[in-house]
Design a binder for this molecule. Structure first.
Ligand code: GAP
Length: 442
């Protein structure tokens, strides 16, 4: 492993740019601070991650349904949710060097930059605004959502009526969220535009403790199922002075982000939001958002247990966890040990020599309808294997001179470096088996 955690982050950031996972947004103009563009491999990794979450949280469950709401939200939604009133950070400015800091993160009353005098703390709103329509006055102000879940709350009755779900049940959504973070930093960990995977689980108030426990277990098990080292994950309950304005209880799933103070940083939050949001939106809108309980013939305002994960933070944690350096024949090999489910490229087809490329293209054609395939003919075979190891491709298929006569190719596995020879006629079946059950030979 790399020597220091700083070093590891530098390696991940550089690998992301060089290989096409993540680029700084607007880089040719000096970069837009804390905005990131996902490249060809990054977008595949992110899609695989979101698909896995959706399957786990929605498709494979009878009691959770999905939705996809507008990013620009009615401004009253954020009055109802309490964000207009509560969603700010206290900030101070240095009168000397003009730097700005979060007041609650400072240890002394002088500027940590230059030792200058600081202003009194002032609230700085974290929601990003824009204007709807041609006139940019206050009446046209709308917010881009700072969390995806409020649209779930304001649509609660619509979804409950349409799906005829009975309590307890969940509504899930994946989408972009925006926050005017003051201290946006640490690569994609904290940015101003990011993606959330949220699920609001509506239940009876007396059941919230049980569901908090249940969802904490489920969610941590999902991260482990993605291949993350369980020793790099932990649950941490919030102290009462850390709770967001909507929560009475919160547990974070934390990961060993190298830059995080104390070595652990939040990847997902699990919150007991009570009936805070439904009640507040109901009061402000004057619309009845209660659930019609046919069993008891009562109208109920359910309570909510929320699971709220960050796509970008999970991508970063997956890359950090998958990054390995090993020694092969006296040379350092960088390998991303991403799970087969998440790997952006599943199979690489590599002709041993340029002379074999037309025949190898036929193998590529055979596989392409089934998996994302990468074809590479440039450089020595060793270099091409290394390139695929570095982007986490689980299997390389090599077409060599013997393949012409015996109709077989070699499959090489990324982690064990073991190889097997397989008839091209059986290749799809064999890779399908390996994708499902793994290598299982070493
Ligand atoms: N609906 C509840 C909610 O939004 P949160 O703890 O503020 O709760 C949930 O955010 C998750 O969203 C975090 O655990 C993190 O993964 C992600 N997240 C929040 N702010 C972020 C930012 N500025 N950049 C990247 N991800 C962020």
């Amino acid at each position: 492993m790399p020597e220091s955690s700083d070093d590891l982050m530098k390696k991940i950031v550089s690998l992301c740019k060089r290989l096409g996972f993540v680029y700084q947004s607007g880089e040719i103009y000096g970069g837009l601070q804390s905005a990131w563009d996902y490249g060809p491999l990054g977008v595949e990794l992110k899609r695989n991650l979101k698909n896995s979450w959706w399957e786990e949280m929605v498709s494979h469950r009878p009691d959770v349904v999905g939705m996809d709401s507008a990013i620009i939200t009615h401004p009253e939604v954020w009055v109802g949710s309490g964000h207009v009133e509560h969603f700010h950070d206290p900030m101070v400015d240095c009168l000397e060097c003009k730097a700005r800091f979060r007041a609650d993160g400072l240890e002394s009353e002088v500027c940590p930059n230059c030792g200058g005098r600081l202003t009194d703390p002032r609230d700085f709103g974290l929601m990003l605004k824009t204007h709807f329509g041609a006139v940019e006055d206050d009446s046209a102000v709308v917010y881009v959502r700072p969390e995806t879940c409020q649209s779930i709350f304001v649509n609660f009755r619509n979804v409950a009526n349409a799906t005829r779900q009975t309590l307890p049940f969940g509504i899930a959504q994946i989408g972009k969220a925006f926050r005017n973070e003051i201290t946006a930093r640490n690569f994609v960990f904290r940015s101003r535009e990011f993606e959330q995977m949220e699920m609001e689980f509506f239940c009876l108030p007396e059941e919230t403790d049980r569901w908090m426990e249940y969802w904490a277990e489920q969610r941590i098990a999902w991260y482990v199922s993605l291949g993350m080292d369980p020793d790099h994950l932990r649950l941490r309950a919030h102290a009462s002075d850390e709770l967001a304005h909507y929560a009475v209880q919160a547990v974070d799933i934390e990961y060993t982000f190298p830059f995080a103070p104390g070595g652990w940083g939040e990847m997902e939050g699990i919150h007991n939001r009570t009936d805070y949001d439904l009640k507040a939106q109901m009061e402000l809108s004057g619309k009845d958002l209660r659930y019609d309980d046919k069993l008891s013939n009562r109208k109920i305002l359910p309570h909510v247990v929320e699971t709220s994960g960050g796509v970008d933070r999970t991508v970063l944690a997956l890359l950090l966890d998958a990054y390995h350096e090993d020694e092969i024949e006296g040379r350092t090999r960088v390998v991303l040990k991403l799970s087969r489910e998440l790997a952006p490229i599943k199979v690489a087809v590599l002709p041993l020599s340029r002379k074999l490329q037309d025949r190898a293209r036929e193998v590529e054609k055979l596989l392409r309808p089934h998996w994302p395939v990468f074809f590479d003919v440039t450089g020595s075979i060793g270099k091409r294997y290394r390139r695929m190891d570095e982007v986490g491709t689980p299997f390389c298929v090599t077409y060599d001179f013997d393949s012409i006569d015996d109709g077989c190719v070699t499959i090489r596995e990324r982690d064990s470096l073991e190889q097997i020879r397989v008839p091209i006629d059986d290749l799809i079946e064999e890779i399908d088996r390996l994708m499902t059950t793994g290598w299982g030979r070493s």
